[in-house]
Structures are given as C-alpha cells and as structure tokens.
Design a protein around this ligand. Structure first.
Ligand SMILES: *Cc1c(COP(=O)(O)O)cnc(C)c1O
Length: 428
C-alpha cells in the first residue's frame, strides 16, 4: 500500500527501493529519512506550475537545513530564502548563488546584514523602518546600494495555527501598509537602499488558495503604488506557506496555487519569487523510532518509543497531527483487518514532560517491544527544531535515492553534548 509517498509492503516500509528497517539497523534510531526523489518531485511540480511567469523559487532553508538537501535543490536551480546569517552561510556552503538568495527575518543583526551585503545577495526582505535605517547606513558606509523588498503585512487571515500565522495585523511580521507607503515615498532620500520588491508571507500550512490570492492582490496594489512613487520595483515575493499532507490528502497540488495566482501576474512585468519550505520537504521525510516499552495502565495503552519531543517537537508545540504506524506490523494500515485489532494508544517519548508525545488516543494494532514506528510527514520543521533537551544526542539524517542511501548527518554522540562546555577550574 502506498502511504504518503512511501510504500508499505512485505511488513516493511519502502522509501524508494530501500526498506527503512535496513536503515534503522545500520544507522540506529531515532533517525530522519528523506527521499531525494520526493524532494525533487515537489520542486519540479512547483517549477512546472509556475513556468509561465518568470519565477525564482527560493527554498526556505529553515524548514530543513541539511547541506545535502540544500545541495540537491540548488542543483535543480532553486535559490534560497534565509532568515539568519547562519542560514546564509549554509546556503552558500551548499553552493547557493548569492543572486538567488533573499534574506528575511524581523531581527537581522548588523553583523548579519554586513555579511549578506558583502556576499551581494539578491535582496533583503525588510521588516521594519528601524531595520531599513540600519541596512541603509551599513550599505552607505560600504559605498554599496542594498536591494530590498518591503515585507508588508497584508492583514490576511490564512486560517492556520496561530503560531504559524504571520500576515495578520497583530502579528510581529511585516510593515503595515500606511508605514510602508511612507517608507516607499521617502526611499529616494536613502543612498544605501533601492526598493526593488514587495514581499508578503502570510503563514504556513495553508491549504486554501484564497488567502494567497488575497495577499497577492494587496501586494500588487502596493507594488504599483511604489512604482508611482519612483521606485524600480520588479519583484513580487509571495513567501511560502503552501500546505502539505499530514492527516490524509489535504494539501493542494502546486497547479492549484499557480492557477489562482498567475492570471494576476501574467503580463504585469513583475518577476515572481516564492519561498516554499514545507511544500518541498514536508512529505519527503519521516522519523523512524523504535518501541522501547509497551505499558498498559487501566484501559490506557502507552507505546514508549526512543524518539522524543526533542527530536520532533511539532505535536507538542503546535498540536500537530502526524500519522504514525508500526511498520513491521502484520496488519496493513487502513485495512479492515488492522481496524479489527486496533485499540487506542498514546505514542510517547522518554522525555520528562507530559507534552512529550507523537500521537494521543490513536487507533493502532498490537505493537511489540523492538518494533519500528514510523512518524510520517516529518521532513519540514522536524530535525531543524531538534534540541538536546534531557541531554539527548540529536538523531542522524539519511537521504535515500533509488536503491541506496547516504547518512547526510551523523548521529550526535555524548561527547558532542558537552562540546564547548567548561568545568570551572576553581571557586574563589
Ligand atoms: C518560514 C518561512 C517560509 C516558508 O514557509 P513554509 O510554510 O515552510 O513554506 C517562507 N518565507 C518566510 C519569510 C518564512 O519565514
């Protein structure tokens, strides 16, 4: 049975031609497994869907930052959307071309701005008047002109989780339209910046085209206004936020977004930038974890696994739903036989927090200790949010391509946990 791009058969789960049980045996658990083919497929779908308008796809590095993933996307022609100096460093290390890199974020430090200016990135997505002043100052000191886009706050509600809603008036992101218009009018007084784009990113995991369409309308109206004020605006940047499949097939195909957005752009003369993250990598990755213990208490069943919220925090942080399934189960997911033997279970980690869970009251078949459990749709905002909480080494990452796989990040060791720490020599 195909499940979210993976193939469950022969009591195993196949990523490409590789049974993930083999990866678990060789690399250990917990481990993140990514499919190169799926990553490439999603980027290709976006490229094809948006091909009728000049579009630069800037992969959102923060969704899954591994160098190998960035490298694969760069080789296919993607640029990068970065939100810190560290991400810019990564994008460059992966071979990213500076002229395909845009830099967003509400709190860029002077050092980060300087680094980005020196590398001659395509543009800064500016999030406040104060930031604009600093970029202007630093660029002018260097006798440079920084290309910028103003990130406006279009006040559109994407109806997603409030933690990942970014384009409403009360959110910390972007510049309100009144202020943005004044900044655009005054841009001529600033020697160090040039307004070349208008940017909006309204949120993440949006499974409806309408909020994007509404944002585009506001962004284009504002871009016209900027042009009338004498600014050479040529880029419309709509950010990311395209939703994926977590529970079933709720994500929309790339073509739906393109159909909703491209008519307004066609013939406008603007170049389009999009910054997808989750859409490209979310369904391409899974977290493999092994069952340590099964505990029955009263009518509750707890499946205690070796991955925890430090490895994948989305269920705890956003109440996110991830499909989970014991891959060596003799019952096929979704089959009547599986349903007949399934009972509710909590799949929980070893961390000392009640919020440490992957699934609550989920109907699952009997599971034995030592079984492998797969947490699906874990490619985006998984490993990048992993921490060492409870002094747990972060998991390994593996990329599968066809019938082989590569470890693209080794599992951390206990020595890694204390690297950089110092014991105090003596107390005075
Ligand atoms: C996080 C982010 C993205 C990517 O969002 P996805 O939902 O992963 O597509 C794009 N642009 C900006 C500015 C972001 O902060």
């Amino acid at each position: 049975m195909k499940y979210l791009h993976y193939d469950l058969r022969d009591r195993d789960l196949f990523c490409g031609e590789v049974p993930v049980s083999r990866i678990a045996e060789k690399v250990g658990t917990p481990v993140y497994v990514y499919s190169r083919e799926i990553i490439e497929k999603h980027l290709t779908r976006l490229m094809d869907a948006f091909s009728t308008v000049e579009t630069l796809i800037c992969y959102s590095v923060k969704s899954l930052s591994n160098l190998a993933v960035c490298q694969v996307l760069r080789e296919m022609g993607a640029g990068f959307d970065v939100v810190s100096g560290g991400e810019l460093f990564r994008a460059l290390q992966a071979g990213g071309h500076p002229k395909k890199i845009v830099f967003a974020g509400v709190g860029k430090s002077p050092e980060e701005i300087e680094f980005a200016l020196d590398r001659r990135i395509l543009m800064f997505n500016v999030e406040s008047e104060a930031e604009l002043k600093v970029i202007d100052l630093i660029a002018a000191q260097k006798n440079l002109v920084a290309d910028i886009a103003l990130r406006i706050n279009p006040d559109v509600d994407p109806k997603t989780h409030r933690y990942i809603t970014t384009g409403k008036r009360e959110s910390k992101f972007g510049i309100d339209l009144v202020t943005a218009k004044r900044l655009a009018a005054e841009m001529g007084n600033r020697a160090g910046v040039r307004l070349v784009g208008v940017h909006a990113h309204i949120g993440s995991q949006i499974t409806d085209v309408e909020p994007h369409r509404a944002a585009l309308e506001k962004v284009m109206a504002f871009a016209e206004c900027c042009r009338e004020l004498g600014n050479p605006v040529e880029y419309i940047n709509l950010g990311g936020g395209f939703g994926i499949h977590y529970q079933g097939y709720e994500g929309l195909p790339a073509s739906d977004y393109a159909e909703a957005l491209l008519p307004a752009l066609a013939g406008s003369g603007y170049k389009l930038i999009i910054e997808p993250g989750r859409f490209i990598v979310g369904n391409a990755g899974l977290l493999l974890t092994r069952v340590l213990y099964v505990k029955e208490s009263g009518d509750k069943r707890f499946i205690i696994v070796d991955a925890g919220m430090n490895d994948l925090i989305r269920p705890s942080l956003y109440s996110a739903h991830h499909e989970v399934w014991p891959i060596d189960s003799e019952f096929e997911k979704g089959s009547p036989e599986a349903e007949a033997v399934s009972t509710p279970a909590d799949v929980v980690g070893p961390i000392c927090e009640t919020g440490d869970f992957f699934a609550l009251d989920r109907m699952l078949p009997p599971v034995k200790e030592g079984a492998l459990i797969c947490v699906f749709s874990a490619g985006a905002y998984g490993m990048v949010m992993a921490s060492n909480y409870n002094s747990r080494p972060r998991p390994a990452e593996v990329m599968v391509s066809g019938d082989y796989y590569d470890v693209i990040r080794s599992r951390e060791t206990w020595d890694d946990l204390i690297r950089g720490e110092r014991k105090i020599a003596r107390w005075d």
